[in-house]
Design a protein around this ligand. Structure first.
Ligand SMILES: Cc1cc2nc3c(=O)[nH]c(=O)nc-3n(C[C@H](O)[C@H](O)[C@H](O)COP(=O)(O)OP(=O)(O)OC[C@H]3O[C@@H](n4cnc5c(N)ncnc54)[C@H](O)[C@@H]3O)c2cc1C
Length: 388
């Protein structure tokens, strides 16, 4: 518990913002969260919490509630464009390598668990953004919100994602920090399962410059995920999917068509955020706003949780010394973020292989993984590499 209570404003009620609110109010700080969206987001896409991501969820005490929403591990079908199966990777194989410290949850469920854990202990103001920040040398920060209210704060946390408004206000234009990786992503939940896709199974199509996948959890809502190489920001899911995946049949084709029926699609360019410093004065950036590693890394949610938890710890270690706390916190996270960003850039070829040859090599790798003995050894090796 902090003997030096801080007044903290957090922009963004996503994974990073809610995790920070939870940790910081538990530590005895006074927290206000502002979220641009009119209400809490639901659904989204499936997020894996492995290794350090699982550890961070554990440190925040979230694991029992997350276990109730765990979608488990999927049997993976690698399919051809006509929907027929090339290779089956049984769930048991992945389970063997991941062990019990792994969770697969919808992003919306992770946010719901954080929100419930917060239990009203901090105010979350929806439909609201930070519009101005004044950090004078003396006195507290002056934070102006879009609802016209003014707040004095000792710390402002920008946890408002890849396109962060706080970063823009305090650190400068997005173009200085956001690196476009030349791919688009479209992901959305579906209300009905595609025909022919068994429960607890994922159907994945990987081709030159593109991947499509549809997941059908046991008892839960199915979800679809598409990524493809492009220099353009996708206009809308329906047009983009028709253009890039219109030639497919089977479950992934059905998933692509479903996009017309959902207004809950996540559509964005795939990018990373690279910054020399994640804090300036009494403003700290957290999660994707500071270091987005991109979906190709598969650890962004875990890093958001860990970043929030460790920020709380650093503030306790340095009461009243914000710049020391920020320095210690940043030093502790830098190497992990750098590693994840590097892995993501290297891993892009897995999601959108550059040539037919790469697709073929990947097929061979996946077949090797499904072979008894070789597969077990490879999976354990791959797991160790991704956890490094
Ligand atoms: C398809 C896909 C799959 C992924 N899979 C994984 C995975 O398996 N494992 C993993 O660990 N990570 C995964 N990730 C990454 C992970 O989802 C992100 O890293 C994580 O959501 C980042 O959380 P955040 O809170 O920093 O940002 P966000 O989730 O972007 O949340 C930001 C919040 O701020 C709000 N906001 C935005 N602007 C403003 C503003 N101006 N004022 C106030 N509020 C604002 C937004 O509405 C949102 O609620 C995946 C990402 C994608 C797209």
């Amino acid at each position: 518990m902090a003997d030096h209570e801080l007044r903290i404003v957090i922009a963004g009620a996503g994974i990073a913002g809610l995790a920070a609110a939870l940790r910081l109010q538990r530590d005895g700080h006074r927290v206000l969260v502002v979220e641009r969206a009119a209400e809490r987001r639901t659904g989204g896409y499936l997020v894996n919490l492995l290794g350090p991501g699982f550890d961070a969820a554990d440190a925040l005490g979230l694991v029992p509630a997350l276990r109730e929403r765990d979608q488990g591990i999927f049997t993976s079908l690698l399919v051809r464009a006509d929907g027929s199966t090339k290779t089956t990777m049984p769930a048991a194989l992945a389970e063997q390598s991941l062990g019990s410290r792994a969770l697969t949850v919808f992003r919306g469920d992770l946010e719901a668990v954080l929100f419930e854990a917060l239990g009203g202990a901090a105010e979350v103001r929806f439909g609201t953004s930070v519009t101005a920040v004044t950090d004078g040398a003396a006195g507290p920060l002056q934070v102006t919100l879009s609802d016209g209210s003014e707040h004095e704060a000792d710390l402002l946390i920008g946890a408002d994602g890849l396109h962060s408004g706080v970063r823009e206000l305090v650190f400068g234009p997005k173009a200085q920090y956001v690196r476009d990786l030349g791919h688009a992503v479209i992901a959305f939940p579906m209300e009905a399962a595609p025909e022919g896709l068994p429960e607890q199974t994922a159907s994945t199509f990987i081709d030159v410059g593109r991947t499509a996948a549809v997941f059908r959890p046991r008892g839960g809502a199915p979800s679809a995920f598409f990524t493809y190489r492009t220099d353009e920001t996708p206009r809308g899911p329906v047009e983009a999917l028709a253009e890039h995946f219109g030639d497919l049949s089977g479950p992934v084709h059905e998933a692509a068509r479903w996009s017309a029926d959902t207004d809950d699609a996540y559509v964005d360019s795939v990018s990373q955020v690279v910054m020399d410093a994640w804090s300036r004065g009494r403003v700290v950036l957290l999660g994707d706003a500071a270091w987005c590693v991109s979906l190709f890394a598969g650890h962004g949610a875990g890093l958001a949780l860990a970043g929030a938890d460790r920020l709380g710890a650093a503030l306790l270690d340095h009461p009243g010394e914000l710049s020391d706390a920020a320095r210690e916190w940043e030093t502790g996270l830098r190497e992990e973020v750098r590693t994840r960003q590097r892995q993501a850039r290297a891993g892009m070829a897995r999601f959108a292989p550059p040539s037919r040859f790469h697709v073929h090599v990947q097929d061979l790798m996946i077949r090797a993984l499904t072979a008894p003995v070789v597969g077990g050894l490879l999976m354990r090796g791959l797991h160790r590499v991704t956890e490094r």
